[in-house]
Design a protein around this ligand. Structure first.
Ligand SMILES: *Cc1c(COP(=O)(O)O)cnc(C)c1O
Length: 366
């Protein structure tokens, strides 16, 4: 059986160093907001190329903290609109509605699954104040065209960088393109912790200070509370684990790129549409998503061949019960994609013969 993502095997590569770091936390005896957090924040901000990184509890909280901070600073107000891709993971939408902002769902481009700037332009109104752009499946969702629209409409630009850590656009890393960015270190992400973890990156010192306080009960000084915050901190063990794994991120993203290159060169089946890749450095292949009009049949066939596959995502946010108020939105491309997408195995520990097996099985699909 070829697993979709063998996390045990991925983390096994770092076992020695991880055990050392976990023991070090035990020996130091300091568990929250300590030296491991400080070190990881410094390493992450250096890696991304921003002046501030704030470690936090998970990717959803990273995005919530950004919006909460903009509201606290008066730069966004409840009721204002935030543009967001319609085909994203629900966390992107939850972060927007959590603080009373209104999501405006934008259709993706079929070829690369990311937001279509032309569709975005049509949806900008006087209430539109921000865009939460998502680098979906690991590919940069940014372009000169999008930049012009963001600048011309004076939008706050927030990046959901949960899936694309390590990707870059014209030499600038994802997470350093917009005004602020949210990261997820959920175990299955390209940089995964041994539990939940996340971060915010920004060059805005005021925003960074506000987020740091908001993530810690609205407090910078113990028992003095400036605002109504959350408890959304990262623990020291996760920070120590992430420092170990960050050092190997570029190498492990390169392994994903090699597999994607093989898939794109060697999968040849008229029933299967391959994902496009605009620029090699602009994609870190968190997921390799193919399209097939008879997706469910393809998935059962692959299961029979001993190949695990997953669907990202089977039901778009506006069709979820949680967002029944958006159920009538007309988003045909998003809905069609939800019926056609299938993610096939890709990960830094996949062996060349496993990649060959996946290619062979897909090429033989009829
Ligand atoms: C994983 C993910 C999140 C949420 O991250 P968690 O750490 O799971 O809370 C947000 N947005 C996208 C696009 C994601 O893939």
């Amino acid at each position: 059986m070829i697993q979709f993502l063998d996390l045990h095997k991925i983390n096994e590569q770092y076992r020695g160093q991880l055990e050392e770091e976990i023991h070090s936390v035990l020996n130091i005896g300091w568990y929250i907001k300590g030296a491991k957090n400080e070190t990881f924040e410094k390493e992450l901000s250096d890696y991304i190329g921003v002046s501030h990184a704030i470690a936090c509890s998970n990717g959803l909280d990273a995005l919530r903290l950004i919006f909460k901070a903009y509201i606290a600073l008066g730069r966004l107000k409840a009721g204002e609109e935030v543009l967001v891709p319609a085909n994203t993971f629900i966390a992107s939408i939850l972060a927007i509605t959590d603080v009373g902002l209104v999501p405006v769902f934008i259709e993706p481009e079929n070829a690369h699954f990311n937001i279509d700037p032309k569709k975005l332009q049509e949806r900008i109104s006087s209430k539109t104040k921000a865009i939460l752009n998502v680098h979906l499946y690991g590919q940069i969702s940014y372009s000169q065209e999008l930049k012009q629209l963001i600048d011309a409409n004076n939008l706050l630009h927030i990046e959901d960088n949960a899936q694309a850590i390590g990707a870059s656009w014209k030499g600038v890393k994802s997470g350093a393109i917009g005004d602020a960015s949210g990261f997820s270190f959920y175990p299955g992400k390209n940089l995964g912790a041994l539990g939940d973890a996340g971060a915010v990156c920004t060059d805005d010192a005021v925003l960074a200070k506000t987020i740091r306080s908001l993530a810690n009960y609205g407090s910078e000084q113990k028992y003095i509370h400036e605002c109504q915050g959350l408890n959304a901190r990262m623990d020291e063990i996760q920070a120590a684990v992430l420092s170990v794994k960050l050092k190997d991120l570029d190498a492990s993203n390169d392994k994903r790129r090699e597999i994607a290159l093989r898939y794109r060169a060697e999968i040849k089946n008229p029933l299967i549409k391959l994902p496009n890749c605009i620029d090699k450095m602009g994609h870190v292949w968190h997921l390799f998503v193919v399209r097939c009009t008879e997706r469910d049949a393809l998935q059962s066939y692959l299961t029979k061949c001993g190949i695990q596959s997953l669907i990202h995502y089977p039901i778009p946010p506006h069709k979820q019960k949680a967002y029944i108020e958006f159920g009538n939105c007309e988003l045909p491309i998003t809905e069609k994609l939800a019926n056609e997408v299938l993610s096939i195995p890709i990960s830094p520990i996949m062996e060349p013969n496993e990649v060959s097996q996946v290619i062979k099985a897909i090429n033989e699909y009829k």
